[in-house]
Design a protein around this ligand. Structure first.
Ligand code: ADP
Length: 499
């Protein structure tokens, strides 16, 4: 059945009411196959929109448009200053449309409206503005040479930083607009052109962003958006011979498929994958802060965060207190529709994700973990599960080893410094880590020892457009955000001239 849209702003009802198309070469078009798919509101399990189902043929058209815009211009012919100005404008338009974009995230992903507006939308606007500034600051080096077999000869050598070309960007459903911004920002700043594929669960905000890109004056073909499924549209992007680079955010499993698909033309690959991040509470921590922080680290965004603090390690003496504190918060979290005032946790994104998370809850309890809060689904329509704390967890359990991607934390005690380093690093992943202590030396020692791309000390889930983010080990290749993100989209050309 179709959802009741009375909760959404008037201007969005017409957006949702018209079938959503693909953005190819500056125009909105149907999929060549004519196919469409349904998009659901995860709070009600009802259809809210119909979206074009792009596949390989549409990806082909999108890649051709991106290739033209890259090779012949206008994008490649434009000054960096003009490019930066347009990117800045995208940030401004996102901010001006914040309510609408946040509402789209709530309908499509389920997250609370207030969170979507304050975090997802604000960070997305910031990302474009941050990257707009970089457009004019991409510089090579001059390099003194000492060529051993050319004594006495003088050279003038320098590097040029050039955009890599046409990039494919495949993004997930947990932060739909923000992930588009993380991807598009550095691609546009460096002068690349893009074929973007939003997740099939959450294509709506990217499509609204596509309208804003056109409104900002981003030229035709520079950003093409192909909605569709992973095995068809996504795979076609990853394997396309005329795509120079693919940037992917999603599961480690699919990340490995992307690498395989990219081997045909050896396109460059960057990956932001899964995590199972340790969050470590020492007995000298500010306990109120640490308990609230540990709860937020796992329940933020319904736990659907690749860097979620899903392995909670608490020093022996305070283990019971911290588990009790986090459990108390979990029991009192207001779970409901993202549009209800006061909702702190929304539904999971999809039926599939709901089944996956509840499957882990059952497995964890069967393996011997004990739920000190939650532990089950919430009855009724929508994909709601209880915020859950599982204690008596051990390192061999699936709930400790595997990424659940839901509001489920596994709590375990640890003895001392010498033990926690090994435990924290006992994972195939290495995306993030949290440390709670008043002892700065202890904090810095563990921060150095932990194999993770981001370490938060006495805080968690702090993201900024300027701060690089990415993974060690099976959490990925490359970094997003900050100056580091630009490198993913640039080639270095060395030019050597004999004087
Ligand atoms: P999740 O399991 O959390 O849904 P996925 O890694 O499956 O995450 O999805 C992330 C993105 O990757 C989505 O846009 C999805 O459509 C896409 N995707 C899934 N499978 C493939 C694939 N085989 N090739 C390319 N993209 C894919």
């Amino acid at each position: 059945s179709t959802a009741d849209l009375s909760v959404v702003p008037e201007s969005l009802r017409s957006f949702l009411g018209t079938p959503k198309q693909l953005l190819i070469d500056g125009r909105w078009v149907d999929a060549k196959s004519g196919k469409q798919f349904d998009v659901y509101d995860p709070a009600t399990d009802q259809v809210v929109a119909r979206v074009a189902e792009g596949d390989a043929a549409d990806v082909d058209a999108a890649v051709s448009a991106a290739r033209r815009a890259f090779d012949s211009g206008p994008w490649s012919k434009m000054t960096a200053s003009d490019r930066g100005r347009l990117i800045w404008k995208v940030g401004e338009l996102i901010e001006q449309n914040a309510d609408q974009l946040a509402a789209l995230e709530t309908i499509d992903n389920g997250k609370p409206f207030g969170v979507a507006k304050a975090a997802d939308v604000a960070l997305a606007a910031d990302m474009f503005r941050y990257m707009a500034g970089w457009a004019t600051k991409i510089e090579g080096n001059t390099i003194p040479l000492n060529v051993p077999y050319a004594p006495g000869r003088e050279f003038h050598a320098f590097t040029l930083k050039e955009p890599i070309g046409v990039v494919g960007q495949i993004i997930p459903w947990n932060f739909p607009l923000l992930m588009a911004a993380w991807k598009l920002g550095p691609a546009l700043a460096t002068g690349c052109t893009v074929v973007l594929k939003p997740a099939e669960q959450t294509p709506l905000s990217a499509l609204r962003l596509g309208e804003l890109l056109l409104e900002a004056g981003i030229p035709d073909g520079v950003v093409n958006i192909v909605t569709g499924f992973g095995e068809t549209a996504g795979a076609a992007i990853a394997s396309h011979d005329d795509v120079d680079k693919v940037a992917f955010t999603g599961s480690t499993e699919v990340g490995k498929l992307i690498i395989g698909a990219a081997t045909g033309n050896l396109k460059k690959v960057t990956l932001e994958l899964g995590g199972k991040s340790p969050n470590v509470v020492y007995d000298d921590a500010d306990l109120d802060l640490a308990i609230a922080g540990a709860a937020d680290a796992i329940f933020f965004n319904q736990g659907q965060v690749c860097s979620a603090g899903s392995r909670l390690y608490v020093q022996n003496g305070i283990y019971e207190d911290v588990v009790a504190g986090v459990s108390e918060i979990a029991k009192n979290l207001k779970v409901g529709s993202g549009f209800d005032a006061g909702t702190q946790m929304g539904p999971l994104v999809s039926r599939e994700q709901f089944n996956r998370v509840t499957g882990y809850l059952q497995a964890g309890i069967a393996e011997g973990a004990e739920a000190s809060a939650g532990g089950a689904a919430i009855d009724g329509a929508g994909y709601f599960v209880q915020p859950t704390v599982l204690k008596n967890a051990t390192g061999d359990m699936s709930i400790v080893r595997e990424e659940i991607f839901g509001p489920v934390v596994a709590a375990m005690p640890f003895r001392d410094d010498s033990e926690i380093v090994g435990k924290a690093n006992q994972s195939a992943y290495g995306l993030a880590a949290g440390i709670w202590t008043r002892d700065v030396s202890k904090a810095h020692r563990l921060a150095k020892a932990v194999k993770a791309g981001t370490v938060w000390i006495n805080c968690y889930s702090i993201f900024d457009a300027a701060l690089p983010f990415g993974g060690y080990k099976q959490s990925g290749w490359g970094r997003e955000m900050g100056h580091a993100a630009l490198e993913n989209y640039l080639q270095t050309k060395s030019v050597c001239l004999s004087l």
